[in-house]
Design a protein around this ligand. Sequence first.
Ligand code: IFM
Length: 459
Amino acid sequence: MTNSAEPVRFPDSFIWGAATASYQIEGAAREDGRGPSIWDTFSRTPGKVHHGHTGDVACDHYHRYRDDVALMAELGLHTYRFSIAWPRVRPDGTGPVNPYGLDFYDRLVDELRGHGIEPIVTLYHWDLPQPLEDRGGWTNRETAEFFAEYARAVYTRLGDRVNTWTTLNEPWCSAYLGYGNGVHAPGRADAGAAFQAVHHLLLGHGLANQALRAAGASTVGITVNPVAVSPADPHSDADARAVHLVDGLQNRIFLDPLLRGGYPADVLDHMRRFTGVEHIRDGDEKIIGEPIDLLGINYYSPTYVAGRDGAPGSDAYPGTEGVEFVPPAPPLTDMGWQIQPSGMTALLEKLGRDYPGVPLMITENGAAFPDQPDAGGDQVADTSRIDYLDGHLRAAHAAITAGVDLRGYLVWSLLDNFEWALGYAKRFGIVYVDYLTQRRVPKASARWYQEVIRRNGVG
Ligand code: IFM
């Protein structure tokens, strides 16, 4: 148990919130002119998603957003990070804007502000309009340009009431899981396509950043999921080389063009094993590297690697043959992810050192556990989640104490929801969702988090 430790208090300006994403909670997949996304197609493809689950209904947030916002207000959230479904706003990805799709977010933003909750908008949390995938998806440069047009359309409608904009969520997942190993939509398994997707996602971010700023946005950022990659043996040169490779593919491939002006040479060489780099045109890195105001960090668990002849590597990291990904050591969450709060401190400190000058926010952190309500259905005693969150908040606080410019913390997630290829089998929420009745039951962790926010700290 970590939560018997000393109390810690955060800076007065610290921002507390929760996060969700459109396809994972909204439902209403065919309402008010929403077009199909790659996740609608993927979840209908036999064998791709656990038990054939889809986001058709999800948490029915599209219809229940008022109650959900009331719950957020009851918990005392300062901010709520949600994503906009691109196929609601521009159903075919290229044609006219659908005003009815934007109406929903208009209502949601008003509801949030009416309750004193600051919206943080993510423009892309993985639900690409299917018609754009039919033209090549993120392997096609045009998708980046269409993304900037879509960003501009959303800003035009919501920019008077939304101050903080993040372009992409976790482009590593979109590129490597969507195009590299096919575990996520659109389900392509082609390493070259994954690296093309990396670049076009980053270019899309850069073009959207320009478009948002030109339209008047004051705070623009991106959310990534960097990992603290460590060697299995700190004295092994082979393990150090494995760390450098995986760090390149997970972290530096995104962070260096965003914050240091260009791709690292070793990463470009690695990409050339799978695809030419003609799609990286002169001037692209300048667009990608334009200043951002906030870097969102999603942290869940650490990664340990070793250099071993004959190790197969991981299909989530193209070209990592000879790297052993060390199986996570207990304690684990229900995702099988290692629980190691100190990994968060180490990561934040490393980011602060390697990429100084940009404020950070934990835009996701949380854990899945197999929660069950009690016999009466009114209590969910998720003490493991409380321990997880307590440990990670202390880890975040340690990073602040060490000088990291960390502005806020958003728990993943407000609600149990559609966990992508794992469907509804994994529960990340601090609020339990009964998918048969859509009843929401705040778990013990929700009440605990309410108190954290009230005290501005843990313990
Ligand atoms: O559910 C996801 C979320 O969509 C992106 N970050 C990780 C979460 C847990 O897997």
